[in-house]
Design a protein around this ligand. Structure first.
Ligand code: CS2
Length: 460
């Protein structure tokens, strides 16, 4: 019993859970076949759910997950007393439901249990490693999860040498190649040679809106479950996973859960990152300037919603849709997802790590349009999203939770008028490259937009 007299979610408590709005795992995998690095809310609402559903729908056994947390051990410490069980509170405008997920068989803390995790990556029964470690963990000095992965790969290469698939699920373009390159830089020669034949890095596109869990979400989940769940996450109903079919060893039958295994991941990736993720930035940055707190509020602001439609139309010029995908339908569906009033996705959460997100989501399509000779009216809404970040740096520095916060703050300080602000931020060449600062059409468009946004934010 916990302090409020309620039991805690666990295998023993499951028979007592009965609600038409709760689904329970029919069976649990018997062993660990997957190690996941970065067991934050997104993993619990996405990869773990696909693995759970694949098993529930008749997939093979043996695909339990060892969920490894990032810097803080909290999630591992919440999952272990629950035997790995937790709920996904799925919220839409008209109903809440909870899916109890049983695919996580064990949990570990990335820092504290690094050795145990490396051993699990090397274990013969493990065939897949997945990662959600955020964009910034791939750059600079090797981050903890990358060092643990390196140790695991080196041990594996020296022991049985069995094939492994390592899947980066972060919103990076060509995430598989980025991760492979990062690992090749830090493993020893013997492991590097072994990796060439035995390890694949399938690229992937992941999609589900997963805001940070609030106390209100915990209470809602508890009301449905009748027990406390310290590891509950909240998510929208939509979930999508597209994975390159590049496996040397066995893998879970994720397609039973609706995952798309294809050779067209880059097209799915571009469509998603340049539609949903790009639009998220415009909504979050300009929304924050207008005083909105959540994406739902931003999407309900008619002029912002119309700017987002325009942005999506501009970025859509820069990618080829995958076979069978309908871009207009995807854009409309994305706007509907943003408008889900039950999902309190905060602009603060999305505004985080801007310098990692801008290049992939906005600068790449902007460059592509300029390369094709687009004039300002062909990219003005992409420029507006970039300009909104620049304006935010000036007027809401409290939202600047960013790995380059110091450099950004220094570049923005003292630069009085919009042109100074734009040109000094553009000197951050590891974010903006050298080309944009040299492109007068882009600079002028950014200056106009920043001026407009700063004027608006003064009168808001
Ligand atoms: C968001 C993403 O935080 C962000 O920057 O754009 O986390 C977004 O919610 C997911 O990619 C949706 O799949």
């Amino acid at each position: 019993m916990t302090r409020d007299g309620l039991g805690r979610l666990s295998a023993e408590a499951l028979p007592g859970v009965s609600s038409s709005r709760v689904s329970l795992p029919a069976r649990r995998p018997s062993g660990i076949g997957i190690v996941h690095l970065g067991a934050g809310a997104f993993f619990r609402a996405h990869q773990a759910v696909f693995t759970e559903r694949a098993f529930a729908r008749g997939g093979a056994d043996g695909w339990g997950i060892l969920a490894v947390t990032g810097q803080r051990p909290d999630v591992a410490d919440a999952l272990r007393p629950q035997g790995g069980l937790y709920g996904v509170l799925e919220r839409s405008a008209d109903a809440d439901r909870v899916d109890v997920v049983g695919s996580v068989r064990d949990a570990a803390a990335g820092e504290r249990d690094a050795d145990r995790v490396a051993a699990a990556i090397a274990a013969e029964e493990t065939h897949v490693v997945t990662l959600t470690i955020t964009e910034k963990a791939y750059a600079g000095e090797p981050s903890r999860p990358l060092r643990t992965l390196r140790d695991g790969l080196q041990r594996r290469a020296r022991s049985h040498g069995g094939a492994l698939a390592v899947i980066s699920c972060d919103n990076l373009r060509d995430n598989g190649a980025v991760l492979r390159a990062a690992m090749e830089r830090i493993v020893d020669d013997r492991t590097r040679r072994w990796m060439r034949d035995a390890v694949t890095f399938p690229r992937t596109m992941v999609d589900r809106i997963v805001p940070a869990t609030t106390d209100d979400d915990r209470k809602r989940a508890q009301a449905l479950l009748g027990v406390r769940d310290e590891a509950v996450v909240v998510a929208e109903p939509f979930a999508q996973w597209v994975i390159a079919d590049e496996f040397v060893g066995p893998r879970p039958e994720w397609e039973r859960a609706g995952a798309i295994l294809t050779d067209e991941v880059s097209r799915w990736e571009d469509m998603k990152i340049r539609t949903l993720n790009a639009a998220h930035l415009l909504l979050a940055y300009e929304g924050a300037l207008r005083g909105h707190g959540t994406i739902h509020e931003c999407a309900a602001d008619a002029s912002l919603a119309s700017a987002v439609r325009g942005l999506m139309a501009q970025t859509a010029q820069t990618f080829t849709a995958p076979r069978g995908a309908d871009v207009a339908g995807y854009q409309a569906q994305t706007l509907e997802r943003f408008a889900n009033p039950a999902i309190g996705h905060t602009v603060r959460q999305i505004a985080k790590d801007g310098t990692e997100k801008l290049p992939v989501r906005l600068l790449a399509p902007l460059r592509e349009l300029r390369r094709r000779g687009a004039a300002a009216d062909g990219f003005d809404l992409i420029a507006r999203a970039v300009a909104a970040w620049m304006a935010l740096v000036r007027v809401r520095p409290d939202l600047l939770d960013d790995p380059r916060a110091e450099a950004v703050g220094a570049a923005a300080s003292g630069s009085g008028d919009p042109r100074n602000l734009v040109t000094s931020l553009l000197t951050l060449t590891d974010v903006f490259g050298a080309d944009l600062a040299a492109d007068a059409v882009v600079v002028d468009a950014l200056v106009d937009q920043v001026a407009d946004l700063l004027r608006q934010s003064r009168t808001a």
